[in-house]
Design a protein around this ligand. Sequence first.
Ligand SMILES: CN(C)C(=N)NCCC[C@H](N)C(=O)O
Length: 267
Amino acid sequence: MGNDRALVRRPSPLLADGLITHIERVPVDVRLAERQWQQYVDALRAAGWSVVEVPEIDECPDGVFIEDTMVVYRDQRSDSIGANPAPVAVIARSGADERRPEAAEAERAVAAQGYRIERINEPGTLDGGDVLKIGSTVYVGLGGRTNQAGIDQLRGHLEPLGANVIAVPVSKVLHLKSAVTALPDGTVIGYEPLVDDPAAFKSYLAVPEEAGSHVVLLGEDRLLMAASAPKSAELFCELGYTPVVVDISEFEKLEGCVTCLSVRLRT
Ligand SMILES: CN(C)C(=N)NCCC[C@H](N)C(=O)O
């Protein structure tokens, strides 16, 4: 696993006021959310990840969804050409104005981890949750929080590092990664009713539950996923993977999922 690290941020006391776009508001139990967040962090640690806590931002109810503050990328070609440039963190400019203050401390934290900083600037908007990386292929959801200018700027930052940035439509859910993530072999997984265009992906597998489309790759064959997708967990077991299950019910009430609660800094 090497020196893999994950940035996380504790939930705000105002978590229950977090944004919702595609679902009905239901009460959030903030105490329970705090325990669930701790279990999520413990699961990362148990899988060998070092956890770096970004200072809390109490005034931002959605601050815990730290994934949205940035996109990190490492030049995949560096080994072959013998160079070792610093990986980049492209600091997002959220499509939700009220979430923009979340980025400053996250930027400081990722810079302290040795990342070179670039930024999405006005008129661009981009949320990290709209970006799905599979090797050097970078899918970016267009339609919700991320606009074309945001995608063009991201392309400008990542393509010189060997990435191929591909825009895909997102209209049925908040972020691209609300609809799809990917297994370790690169297969994109999605819950069909919420995926705009399954044909946009080279290799695609339908899963039986919405939350089954969200996995964090913990290393080797382990997949961090939500307890709300037991049938998908079974499917992943049949495919030879090992699900590591966490209950994140309170974050799901705010359109969160397992990916949103951390930024993974892979080596
Ligand atoms: C992949 N996903 C879903 C994310 N990266 N972020 C979820 C943010 C949820 C928050 N209430 C909001 O509306 O911004």
